[in-house]
Design a protein around this ligand. Structure first.
Ligand code: ATP
Length: 717
């Protein structure tokens, strides 16, 4: 695509196919939408319109001023389906459209991230540079700009989701500092849909309602809200369909996105933030999604979204456009007036060019030239650097916005930088710990049951390995001359399989990590409630039940002791070992989001614990500095128990020297009694409960460290 041509300032917009390319004519833009300035007197009439969602608009409190020029209603010239629909009056009273939006103003807002560079040096980077802006109440504001210009960072900052970066400047909500509990008033839709794949659309929305609506709202009312949201977003056809996972076919991309919006809308927020809600959607679906958002704005909600180069029919739906480049504001105002503004500063939009493509060409061209000059080591020409940002700052529009923002800050009396301190308190939970724990537990339990990887495959894989192990040792664990070696080998393998099978749990948490971070930062629940529910409803049952099958099958097939005492202690030892090794996996998966790193980390721990167990190398052969691992080795405690249970009071028929002479294949480790072997390894058969106690005590220690890691998980910006 060619670079946009910069010309001397003109106040007109070129238009029409018959107009020669470079001639400016005085006609209103051919494809720019008609805009109507809304006054309070007209508002009543405007609010009677039927929106594309089919709702009768509720009175909205549109701000007055240049930013309130809202698109007039009307059928899209491009899409006949977008015309008004007639609906029953009941739907006009949707329970999720009760809260009207708020105005968000930000003044001199800067964001500086600290990060560790490739050469391990601590560096800082200014992502947003002293920008000011206003998103009026009941408007649909689009943040546009090239990749990396700071759209997501601005969304995060306004939503109070920036946990690590340094923020300076002011953020005002309806002219006041963001108050405690601001997060309860907003909805934030991430770029990647954060939904529970094994749950249905309705269940996902219900989960959000259960946790984010106060307990004072009755269950019935919550259900009504869920149904209203489903109705409003046109999700009734797929309401009972699962979202979908790698193994379960689910709903379409557009339905997923609408479900994500529904999860936020169900709490009736005043503001909805959306990070690139159309990414990955086809043009028609993207249009439908933005149409819904625009409609929510016309019903009073404040909608702020980031978007990449939308097509014109989508662009027409935006009320306010904020164009960013390199962390600076290069245009802000009515979306329809963008082309006019750029013409004023010398960039002319060609006839039939999509204004969005044009804006992006202008901005990207500046960024490209900057990049080129920087990468060739040349100095950046002062005129070019920040030309667009400077032009906007000096323009009448830019000055008007800066003036408005400053006036709001002065009126509010909020001290400088107060917003950063306040960010720590914007999150407040709508429900208590017990309610959160119950609701999350229900979801975790359902997810475990519905996910074949945690339910049927888990049991089948334990059964399969038990049958295989049993088959190898079938008939070998008698009291014959070679049996002792077989007994030791069998116990060694049983412990090995139980410990290494825990690695399957790594993936489960890593997959859910982004969902957890989203829900945590959106104020769904406390980390502790989530963590406890995960341990009680996922880790415990998915380890206890399969190990029961494993214990029974291996004991009977291999010929271990199967009386109640021995079998139950055998199962208990395997269960606590499995839970402990799974806790270690959880710890590692909380510490890193990279699956291969977590796999290697866990594998390394298991190997070290095996080597330090005293069965591979004798205890006194382990280097002193590695000796502490002996005490942490759950492999050691598990194997000691398994051997004690199997070999204590067992007698072996060892070959005599004569028999060995006659049949050299009988050469093997053989002691006349199992107790002699236990003694040689320093295993006390009376320590079975002690070992189980030590294994059980390790679990909370690992879980506590995992919980601390989980608590520290935050957004990276
Ligand atoms: N924690 C951080 N440390 C260092 N740099 C960061 C951090 N967070 C964001 N950035 C950088 O800040 C810039 C803006 O990031 P941001 O995600 O806001 O851009 P964006 O406009 O949303 O991009 P895209 O459209 O590609 O999603 C990027 O160059 C990004 O690499």
């Amino acid at each position: 695509m060619s670079s946009p041509r910069r010309r001397s300032p003109q106040k007109t917009v070129t238009s029409g196919s018959s107009t020669p390319k470079d001639v400016a004519v005085d006609v209103p833009a051919r494809a720019l939408p008609e805009y109507a300035v809304v006054t309070h007197a007209e508002e009543e009439t405007k609010d009677q319109k039927l929106s594309p969602l089919g709702l009768t608009a509720t009175p909205s409190e549109k701000a007055v001023g240049f930013l309130t020029e809202l698109p007039s209603s009307g059928t899209s010239p491009f899409d006949p389906e977008l015309g008004p629909k007639v609906l029953s009056p009941q739907r006009a009273k949707s329970s999720v459209l009760q809260t009207t939006g708020v105005e968000i103003a930000f003044h001199q807002l800067s964001l500086t991230a600290t990060y560790v560079s490739k050469n391990m040096k601590r560096k800082t980077r200014r992502i947003l540079k002293n920008i000011s802006g206003i998103t009026p109440c009941g408007s649909c504001t689009a943040l546009m700009g090239p990749s990396g210009c700071g759209k997501t960072s601005l969304l995060h900052t306004l939503a109070g989701k920036n946990a690590k970066s340094k923020i300076s400047g002011h953020i005002l909500v309806d002219g006041k500092a963001r108050e405690e509990g601001f997060s309860a008033k907003i909805g934030y839709v991430e770029q990647d849909d954060q939904l529970m794949g094994v749950m249905s659309v309705r269940e996902n929305i219900h989960f959000s309602a259960e946790l984010r609506l106060p307990v004072s709202i009755s269950k019935n009312e919550k259900r009504c809200r869920v149904e209203d949201t489903i109705e409003l977003l046109g999700l009734w056809k797929c309401a009972n369909s699962k979202i979908g996972t790698e193994m379960i076919r689910g709903v379409s991309g557009g339905e997923r996105k609408r479900c994500s919006i529904a999860m936020e809308l169900v709490v009736d927020p005043a503001v909805i933030f959306l990070d690139e809600p159309t990414s990955g959607l086809d043009a028609f679906t993207a249009h439908k999604v933005v149409e819904i958002l625009s409609d929510l704005a016309s019903h009073g909600k404040t909608v702020i979204l980031s978007i990449h180069q939308p097509r014109y029919t989508v662009f027409k739906l935006f009320d306010v456009l904020m164009l960013l480049a390199e962390g600076e504001m290069v245009y802000q105002g009515p979306a329809a007036k963008g082309a006019e503004y750029f013409a004023q500063i010398g960039f002319q939009c060609e006839p039939f060019n999509n204004p969005c493509d044009f804006f992006m060409d202008v901005v990207c061209d500046q960024v490209r030239r900057l990049d080129r000059q920087i990468s060739y080591g040349g100095s950046v020409h002062v005129q070019e650097m920040g030309f667009l940002a400077r032009s906007f700052k000096n323009s009448a529009e830019g000055k008007a916005i800066a003036g408005e923002c400053e006036a709001r800050v002065l009126d509010s009396g909020v001290a400088v930088d107060a917003s950063r301190r306040m960010d720590k308190h914007v999150r407040r939970y709508a429900t208590g710990f017990l309610h959160q724990f119950r609701t999350i537990s229900r979801r975790v339990f359902l997810a475990v049951m519905r996910n074949p990887a945690t339910s049927i495959f888990q049991v089948l894989s334990f059964l399969a390995s038990a049958v295989l192990l049993g088959a190898f040792f079938y008939g070998r664990l008698d009291g014959g001359p070679t049996a002792m070696q077989a007994h030791i080998g069998a116990m060694f393998m049983v412990a090995y399989m139980i410990i290494f099978s825990a690695i399957t749990s790594l993936e489960l948490f890593i997959q859910e990590r982004a969902l957890f971070v989203h829900e945590k930062t959106s104020g769904f629940y406390r980390t502790s409630a989530y963590f406890l529910a995960k341990v009680v409803c996922e880790i415990l049952p998915t380890r206890m039940v399969p190990t029961l099958f494993y214990a029974v099958v291996t004991a009977y097939m291999a010929g271990l002791r199967t009386d109640f005492y021995h079998l139950s202690l055998y199962w208990l030892t395997l269960t606590v070992t499995s839970i402990t090794s799974t806790s270690l996996c959880l710890l590692v998966s909380c510490a890193t989001s990279v699956y291969s790193a977590a796999f290697m980390g866990c594998g390394a721990f298991y190997i070290v614990f095996m080597l330090a167990s005293g069965f591979v190398l004798q205890a006194d052969q382990i280097p002193v500095y590695l000796a502490p691992f002996k005490y942490l080795s759950f492999y050691r405690y598990c194997l000691q128990n398994l051997l004690a249970l199997d070999l204590h009071n067992r007698v072996f028929d060892c070959p005599t020297p004569e028999e060995l002479m006659a049949d050299p294949t009988l050469v093997s480790i053989c002691l006349p009694t199992g107790d002699l072997y236990l003694q040689s390894q320093g295993i006390n058969p009376d320590n079975i409960w002690k070992n189980i106690g030590i294994l059980a005590a390790m679990t909370p220690a690992y879980l506590f460290i995992a919980y601390l890691f989980l608590r520290s998980l935050k957004k990276t910006t």
